[in-house]
Design a protein around this ligand. Structure first.
Ligand SMILES: C[S@@+](CC[C@H](N)C(=O)[O-])C[C@H]1O[C@@H](n2cnc3c(N)ncnc32)[C@H](O)[C@@H]1O
Length: 236
């Protein structure tokens, strides 16, 4: 599993249409896109500076760092994964950044907070990735989920157990009961996943990964570890 140069991404004709009118925001978008188009590794600020201030304050804690997202993208690309669902996609950071490193993969995020879905869609559009990076509002266990080749879980339910000052907001149901329900839903999702399904966890998800998933790679990271697994084609 390797690092690779980033392919130029952006079509100049479309680029102008997607730029915000506000001069400050416009400069931030241009800086991020120029870096990626030049084949540079984007920095966390290239994404986080696009977030509204209230969300930016939470980015380091709640959203996947760029270096980890690029590793996820490289893993997906190496395995030839064609589609992935980010369970709890937040502001879209994992999907947008990993999509830069996995140009053959479609990314879908499901996110319970409508405001985050809007932010994620807008950032995907600014990076001109919205043809293969999309977001739906919903909660696992309530919304139907599409068939995908891979799942990504960055400890999405951990926020339920945090003190209120460390949560993204208090606008959704949070707490021990929600945590237990969501962890059980994620376990059921993985139990029913077909052979060949790829699973990438980032600091786990609080539940048990079925034994049918074999570990393919492990990478320590700031939040704990990234683990790449794939469901065996034959029962264990
Ligand atoms: C730790 S953040 C990860 C964000 C994103 N995956 C990333 O890596 O940048 C977890 C996100 O999951 C969302 N979430 C938590 N439980 C959820 C559920 N049951 N259904 C949908 N989204 C959920 C939260 O609102 C939060 O935005």
């Amino acid at each position: 599993m390797r690092d690779r140069p980033l392919a130029p991404l952006l079509a100049p004709s479309l680029a102008e249409a997607r730029l915000p009118r506000d001069a400050g925001a416009r400069a931030v978008v241009l800086r991020a896109r120029d870096a990626v188009a030049a084949g540079e590794r984007p920095a966390d600020t290239h994404f986080d500076d696009l977030l509204p201030a209230a969300l930016k304050a939470h980015a380091a804690r709640h959203f996947t760092p760029v270096a980890d997202a690029l590793r996820v993208g490289a893993w997906l690309d190496d395995l030839g994964v064609g589609s992935i669902l980010d369970v709890g996609s937040g502001a879209g950071k994992l999907c947008v950044v990993a999509a830069i490193a996995a140009p053959r993969c479609r990314f879908l995020g499901i996110e319970q907070r409508s405001g985050l879905v809007e932010v994620a869609r807008s950032i995907a559009a600014r990076f001109e990735l919205d043809d293969r990076v999309s977001f739906v509002e919903g909660s696992i266990g309530v919304a139907g989920l599409p068939a995908v080749e891979a799942y990504y879980l960055f400890n999405p339910f951990g926020e339920n157990l945090l003190p209120s000052g460390e949560r993204l907001d208090e606008d959704v149901e949070l707490g021990d009961d929600r945590y237990d329900r969501d962890v059980r839903e994620a376990e059921a999702l993985l139990e029913s996943a077909p052979p060949g399904t790829v699973l990438i966890t980032h600091n786990g998800f609080g539940g048990r990964v079925p034994a049918a998933f074999e570990q393919l790679a492990f990478a320590p990271c700031a939040a704990g570890a990234l683990v790449l697994r794939r469901r065996r084609r034959r029962p264990v």
